[in-house]
Design a binder for this molecule. Sequence first.
Ligand code: ADP
Length: 363
Amino acid sequence: GKGLAVFTSGGDSQGMNAAVRSVVRMGIYLGAKVYFIREGYQGMVDGGDNIEEANWSSVSSIIHKGGTIIGSARCMDFKQREGRLKAAFNLISRGITNLVVIGGDGSLTGANLFRQEWSSLLDELLKTNKITKDQREKYKYLHIAGMVGSIDNDFCGTDMTIGTDSALHRIIEAIDAIVSTAYSHQRTFIMEVMGRHCGYLAVVTALASEADFVFIPEAPPSVDWKNKLCNKLEQERKSGQRLNIIIVAEGAIDREGKPITAELVKKVVVDNLQQDTRITVLGHVQRGGSPSAFDRILGCRMGAEAVMALMEATPETEPCVVSLDGNQAVRLPLMECVRRTKAVSQAMADKNWDLAVQLRGRS
Ligand code: ADP
């Protein structure tokens, strides 16, 4: 059977285990020899015990676990050709020419580069007698299928990334807990949620928690936001509301591109309204805990589709990223989605907010 390996790379997220499980079992079901690569690209470069054959039961009892049981890492070595050469050797020694990468846009970019270089890496391995002529011929094509694990929902092309829904559950639980205490004391509370370049978590949280105000990176508030914020909070209190909720995305900025932090928002509220104001920064709590039903099923579906893409691949098949499009798992060209995702960040850097929102809207 075909040699196929799965690894998780970059930041972890809930639901990655469901995806790993699905890849392993679908791979075995379709007759492939399936391997885990532990610790992301680092395990691929280092080889040895990091690359291990998986069997049906090695992925039992993991679907409910958060994080990723095969480990994830950032890896400087893989950014160098030397590291990728070692990785190619480690894969070929085991007959692996199919990769399922579960990570963010950085991890997918690395996989795409690896595939582009594959032929020249093999030539170099042959020249230095690390592999045989037969191996060079037998393993000449590398196939890649990606899926995005990220709580930020920051990838263009898919309606949802693996982990976002679970993170929202964590956030909403925390808000509900805080709301009950804030209500007793007539407080204003500010919650910072994750999302360095993407306001999805913040916007959805704000809608689901009846927040009074939300700050996100793609759509900075108008220049007079401080007045608007204070007027809104005051008006809500006057109308009998006992508490105010403000949601700040980690990457929120103003129209000049300067950060709008929870601390800054608190200072504005305290200086102008003298309200009792508290900040909660959720941090890694958002990535913790067990995956929601949605993320488990998303991981299962995407994993199965990724394996099918690899099994059906021909020499001409380009790397794909498995995406959710209107509740359908589909295969999209990997690099086009990465480029669109980077275009959103670029639009924000250029202060072209209309474009940023428009590009984000299609993700
Ligand atoms: P994410 O996948 O969550 O975006 P990173 O951007 O940190 O996270 O990427 C994870 C890993 O993928 C990096 O540590 C590196 O090993 C690999 N990687 C990222 N970008 C590249 C690249 N341009 N070339 C080669 N490898 C890369």
